[in-house]
Design a protein around this ligand. Structure first.
Ligand code: SD4
Length: 325
């Protein structure tokens, strides 16, 4: 399924302004010229709307893609009514909320990630600090929490009463066929091409509800839940992370775009490849989004309920892709 950026807006050129986000040693004037690309943001799921609204405001104000995606994803993390991300996320089998997130900056091909992080409502911002303050990419569990504390993040209980009640219901209805897979799980993944033509992406999730304590999904793994290549494009995933981990879907999509596929073709081909290797992928919920260096966006999903939001800096547009059967 493709979201077609209108021909008129796609062909319109973007005048690059301001120096915000310029790399050290890079003169803003190097880039102040009309370019044949269209800045844009694409975000997963219904809760992507408020996240995209905030992100779009920043994009319009000339903020760099890296800040756009962090600030956008923070909106979802802060919302206690979103039960799959940050505060209010559904817990693991022990009733503990553990969060996975990552962020990637196309300009320097840098990334940061956290997995199994407890008590911090903005894991994507902790991931950003892992990227900014250390030479590591991924911190997990207690180590990630220690790092977050030292970086100045406040701890809080992330288990809302609503999430606790749902966990209690699940425990009462436990059955021996439980496979930890058939859950509601709606990771927020956001990709952005900014006014300078730079790409970034971020994703954040509480992972599969009632997962085994210690389980890590695809979302904090660079190349699986998210991948950005500043020369080519960016891609991200939402869905059952085990399958995404087994096929490194986001990396695959970006590589397919490198070889000339449009974003929707790359997403579709990656999905078909996943199904060829793992037939179960036809029945588990999976969705992939992508944006290329020109600002074209695309998506492939097998989910009846998946939606994504797109913005070029204006009000978010809701898109309901036709699921692949
Ligand atoms: C995970 N991929 O932890 C995440 C969950 C998700 O839409 O994306 N849900 O496997």
């Amino acid at each position: 399924m493709t979201h077609h950026v209108s021909r008129r807006s796609f062909l319109s050129t973007t005048l690059l302004v301001g120096a915000a986000g310029a790399l050290p040693g890079e003169a803003a004037s190097d880039r102040d010229e009309a370019k044949p690309f269209k800045p844009g943001i694409i975000t997963t799921w219904e809760h992507g709307r408020p996240a995209t609204e905030t992100a779009a405001r920043h994009l319009k104000n000339g903020v760099c893609a890296l800040d756009v995606v962090e600030k956008g994803v923070n909106v979802c993390e802060d919302d206690p009514s979103v039960t799959s991300v940050g505060l209010g996320g559904l817990p693991d089998e022990n009733g503990v909320v553990t969060l996975d997130a990552c962020i990637m900056d196309g300009r320097r091909h840098r990334a940061g990630a956290v997995a199994g992080l407890q008590n911090i409502r903005n894991p994507v911002s902790v991931a950003r600090q892992v990227m900014e303050l250390t030479r590591h990419v991924l911190l997990v569990g207690d180590g990630a929490l220690d790092f977050a504390r030292k970086a100045g993040f406040q701890e809080q209980n992330l288990l809302t009463e609503h999430a606790r009640q749902r966990w209690l219901e699940w425990r009462q209805n436990l059955n021996p066929d439980d496979n930890w897979i058939d859950r509601t799980h709606d990771t927020v993944t956001m990709l952005c091409l900014d006014g300078r033509g730079d790409l970034a992406g971020a994703c954040s999730t509480s992972g599969l509800a009632w997962k085994i304590h210690g389980r890590v999904g695809d979302s904090p793994i660079i190349g699986a839940g998210l991948y950005v290549d500043n020369e080519v494009g960016a891609a991200g995933a939402t869905g059952v992370g085990e399958l995404v981990l087994q096929t490194l879907t986001s990396f695959t999509i970006v590589e397919l775009m490198r070889h000339g596929r449009a974003p929707h073709e790359a997403c579709r081909e990656a999905f078909e490849r996943m199904c060829a290797k793992i037939p179960e992928a036809r029945t588990t919920q999976e969705a992939f989004i992508a944006i290329d260096k020109q600002g074209r966006v695309g998506c492939a999903t097998n989910s009846e309920t998946f939606v994504f939001y797109y913005s070029d800096g204006g009000p978010p547009e809701r898109n309901k892709p036709i699921p692949i059967s």
